[in-house]
Design a protein around this ligand. Structure first.
Ligand code: NAD
Length: 491
């Protein structure tokens, strides 16, 4: 059965004005499971106007009332978690064991930010001036555009949506054309929860729809999760209207294993880093830096485990790795594998399309490992967004830091060592927004996440995640009764 999705504007479900649709394809078997509308610039314009109408009412709603709606939506996401997880897996091929977890995590993010709604306090600041009060208050921006990538549509949406709404903003989401279904389902649940019309809206379509949104003067701030190339276009669109942007971009993260690690845990951490989510994750530990003392053992251990990874129908609990999410991504991953072979990297596992029973119709790539990689090879230098690991040997801490930071990216990193002093030095030295010590691919609503360098700027999650959607206003209240000198500024 094919689901015909519509766009959600001003509390109404309707078709896009262009009369065009995009097929939503299941990357496991190439079947079309839904049709997605293409929203035009006119549709986007309507959504922005609806959000602007809704914004004053939403911002002035009592914080407890905003929190109640966020909590209700969290309950609905939880109640529908199995259905949402299955739909997301059907849409992008991510294994059900991860999409199920992500739905629970999304509900937690709504609850976490619901609890922030009445904790956005201001300050009364002592000034060097008599009989004058200095107040600092935080206010929502107004209307936030939230453009997301295809690899984890709900989890990425929920990095921004709950925080922006709790802060009193209206949100217009534009999911990826490759995986829009679950974002539209979240809109249905928001409608069911009772969010007022215009507070949360979804326009679907490809880059043109996103560009119409980011170019619109009625957007007050942009949240973007995607590639650095498009991120630059988004930053330029924000600059044209002098609107701030929060950019969550790609990575080429170093996962660093020292001789003194707990070897078995480090091996699992390396696997989790690159083969979790089929490597289609911004935080993939795609460069594994291994100290020479454990290098051969780690290469052999990883190659052996990679060869046993269970690939197959991502809807089955036993499946460990699913498909590439779409055909362009599949082709891109295979081209990187060929480039690595051409550059002389030593192939120790995988190396091409995965074939076999249950795999033939899907975009399956073998879990692939190259050893003896140089950091300047294409496979180590550029983001692949697939199950391809580059293993790079190093001698000492200094060399590890130098290789780790020799990348334009700065999203995530991992350190595996049982020496706390070394872990502390490494944590300080690596330029990345998150450092995992003796763990990898871990997230929590309570702490911030975001990139350094070409991985972006701005933060989601944690206290920083709500401050991102608030702007600061300063108020002076003069109760002195003085007749001041009008020709000199009062300091
Ligand atoms: P992408 O940049 O191709 O697309 C992202 C979104 O931008 C899509 O919704 C797309 O339709 C839209 N878009 C494209 N052109 C646009 C334009 N000119 N104006 C406005 N919107 C436009 O990225 P992708 O292929 O969907 O996702 C993969 C990338 O996302 C990887 O680089 C990955 O690392 C990154 N990512 C980052 C994070 C993070 O939190 N840092 C999380 C997930 C994915």
């Amino acid at each position: 059965m094919t689901t015909a999705y519509q766009i959600f504007i001003d509390g109404q479900w309707r078709d896009g004005s262009l009369g065009q649709t995009i097929p939503a394809t299941n990357p496991y078997d190439q079947s079309v499971h839904a049709q997605i509308q293409v929203a035009s610039a006119d549709d986007v314009n309507e959504a922005v106007h609806a959000a602007r109408r809704a914004a004053p009412g939403w911002a002035s709603k009592l914080p407890g009332a905003r929190a109640a709606l966020l909590n209700r939506l969290a309950d609905l996401i939880e109640a529908n978690a199995d259905r949402l997880a299955l739909l997301e897996t059907t849409d992008n091929g991510k294994v059900i064991r991860e999409t199920s977890n992500q739905m629970g995590y999304a509900a937690r993010l709504f609850r976490y930010y619901a609890s922030w709604a009445d904790k956005v306090t201001g300050d009364v600041v002592p000034l060097d001036v008599t009989d004058t009060a200095g107040l600092v208050v935080h206010e929502p921006f107004g209307v936030v555009a939230c453009i997301t990538a295809w690899n984890s549509p709900v989890a990425i949406l929920c990095n921004t949506m709950p925080a922006a709404l709790a802060a009193g903003n209206c949100v217009i989401a534009k999911p990826s054309e490759h995986a829009s279904a679950t974002t539209l389902e979240i809109a249905k649940l928001a409608e069911q929860a009772g969010f007022p019309a215009g507070v949360f809206q979804v326009v679907t379509g490809a880059g043109e729809t996103g560009a119409a949104l980011t170019a619109h003067r009625g957007i007050d701030k942009i949240s973007f999760t995607g590639s650095p190339g498009v991120g630059r276009a988004i930053a330029a669109a924000g600059a044209a209207n002098l609107k701030p942007v929060c950019l969550e971009l790609g990575g080429k993260s170093p996962n660093i294993v020292f001789d003194d690690c707990d070897f078995d845990r480090a091996l699992i951490g390396a696997l989790a880093g690159i083969f979790g989510a089929t490597g289609q994750t911004c935080i993939a530990g795609s460069r594994l830096l291994v100290q020479r003392g454990v290098y051969d053992r780690m290469v052999e251990g990883l190659a052996a485990r990679a060869g046993q990874i269970v690939m197959g129908d991502p809807r089955l609990r036993e499946t460990e790795m699913g498909t590439a999410a779409n055909e362009p991504q599949f082709a891109k991953i295979l081209s990187f594998i060929e480039a690595a072979k051409g550059d002389g990297a030593r192939l120790v596992a995988g190396g091409g399309r995965a074939e076999g029973p249950g795999l033939d119709k899907g975009f399956f790539v073998q879990p692939t490992i190259f050893a003896d990689v140089r950091n300047d090879m294409k496979v180590a230098a550029e983001e692949i967004f697939g199950p391809v690991l580059s293993i790079i040997p190093f001698g000492d801490e200094e060399e590890a830091i130098s290789i780790a930071n020799d990348t334009p990216y700065g999203l995530a990193s991992g350190v595996w060592s049982q020496d706390i002093n070394r872990c502390m030095r490494m944590m300080r030295a690596i330029k990345s927004g998150v450092v995992w010590v003796n763990t990898y691919r871990q997230a929590a609503p309570q702490v911030p996440f975001g990139g350094m360098k070409d991985s972006g700027y701005g933060r989601v999650r944690g206290q920083a995640g709500i401050l991102e959607w608030l702007q600061t206003k300063t108020v002076f209240i003069d109760y002195s009764g003085d007749r001041r000198d009008p020709f000199s500024m009062k300091f």
